[in-house]
Write a protein that binds this ligand. Structure first.
Ligand SMILES: [Zn+2]
Length: 407
């Protein structure tokens, strides 16, 4: 296989998690009677442009099915993050009713609704039917397509270039990253701004966040690599911010390469930090597997120890990262009888691979477990606050990544 950005042969494996079903392929009772499709889950690193990428195995269309269950609006902290972002951009870019904002992967409208409320014309692009329908209910026009250079050029010809193009947690999810970035270039007005948020590879490596690796996530990105991909498309990263989301994300600000805007110091500073973290050295990537294995072993040891001691452990949050962790560790309902999740679209279904049932949060209260393993550790704070009564009655909360921690 060759690198999806620069075409160099990929010679180094960053992480091999064996085989797993797609992380968002939640199963119904009927699905349990059928065979389940497992794909290899192996991540390679390019020693030329340092793009960390999943090995080729299937088309994106198989993964982002019409009933794709992730609704952004389920997380209150993510909604608050979107409100703050919209307020800042409305002010800084002085957007008004003559402006145009496009969000790629607009999901259920969690972000664009803030621009609609401010009277800014918007367009969402979202191939997943269920979330696109939810956004339309909020009055957001949605184009139900995959984004790339073809669609970007078409919108441009239709006079729909944007002052602001937003893409949150989508850059890492696209199979053809060059085509996607060329699409951003095509749909951007001459003086327009792009902002993209994605988990930062430097933090993934630093904190061994191996459970954020799943099939739908094709790329694991450093600022260095994104700058290269932007440059190859005629774009330039002129500013970068570090965000706490997803264990450490970046928000990069892009513009056309020939835009008069200065590149701010934040870009050179973070590129320097990435170099200090060894992101342009092969050895940095080769040491990752053994650290991931230790987390897996420690989780299994914890679950077995509690079971032998007669303690009850359940999980909270049927998130994609939970599926990676549980499937790599081979955890089944004998060790974790159920997972609670607030999203009604997931309740009554089963986790892919592990077949652990997903129930409403009320089940946790009636069961009074000794431990609640929070799978989406990035919202551990929020989960504890929402379930403070459970904590008062003696249940303890636990996270497994980057190490087993009783909160
Ligand atoms: Zn490459």
């Amino acid at each position: 296989m060759n690198c999806r950005h620069c075409g160099s042969p990929l010679q180094h494996t960053f992480l091999d998690l064996g085989f797993a079903p797609p992380s968002n392929a939640y199963l119904t009772v009927d699905d349990l009677k059928r065979p389940e499709v497992y794909y290899p889950l192996k991540v390679k690193v390019c020693d030329q442009c340092w793009l960390v990428q999943t090995e080729d195995y299937a088309q994106a269309g198989d993964l982002f099915r019409a009933d794709y269950a992730y609704f952004s609006s389920t997380s209150s902290s993510w909604l608050a993050h979107a409100v703050r972002y919209a307020e800042t951009m409305l002010q800084e870019l002085r957007l008004d009713s003559s402006s145009f904002v496009i969000e790629v992967a607009s999901n259920d409208g969690y972000l664009l609704k803030n621009f609609v409320a401010a009277g800014i014309p918007c367009l969402g692009i979202e191939p997943t039917k269920s979330t696109a329908a939810a956004a339309e209910q909020l009055g957001i026009p949605v184009l139900r397509e995959f984004f790339g250079e073809g669609l970007g050029k078409r919108l441009s010809i239709e006079g729909k270039q944007a002052d602001l193009v937003v893409g949150n947690n989508v850059l890492a999810h696209v199979p053809d990253i060059n085509d996607f970035v060329l699409g951003l270039k095509a749909v951007l007005k001459p003086g327009g701004i792009i902002t993209l948020e994605f988990p930062h590879l430097m933090r993934l490596i630093e904190n061994t966040l191996f459970d954020t690796v799943y099939h739908e996530h094709f790329s694991y990105l450093s600022l260095y690599t994104v700058c290269r991909i932007f440059a190859a498309a005629g774009l330039r990263v002129w500013k970068v911010e570090e965000l706490p989301t997803h264990g450490g994300s970046l928000r990069v600000f892009g513009c056309h390469a020939d835009n008069a805007r200065f590149t701010e110091d934040s870009v050179a500073n973070l590129l320097g930090e990435e170099a200090l973290h060894g992101l342009q050295r092969t050895e940095t990537y080769l040491g990752f597997q053994s650290r991931a294995d230790k987390i897996k072993d420690d989780l299994l040891a914890f679950l077995i120890e509690q079971k032998r001691a007669g303690k009850k452990v359940v999980a909270y949050g049927a998130a994609a990262k939970g599926n990676t962790l549980l499937n790599y560790a081979g955890v089944k309902p004998d060790l974790l009888p159920f997972v609670c999740d607030a999203a009604e679209s997931k309740q009554g279904k089963f986790m892919p691979g592990s077949h652990i049932p997903i129930l409403g949060p009320g089940k946790m209260v009636t069961e009074q477990p000794d431990y609640v393993l929070i799978l989406p550790w990035n919202i551990a704070e929020e989960v504890q606050q929402q379930n403070s009564a459970l904590k008062k009655s003696g249940s303890r909360f636990v996270t497994a990544v980057p190490e087993i921690t009783i909160l």
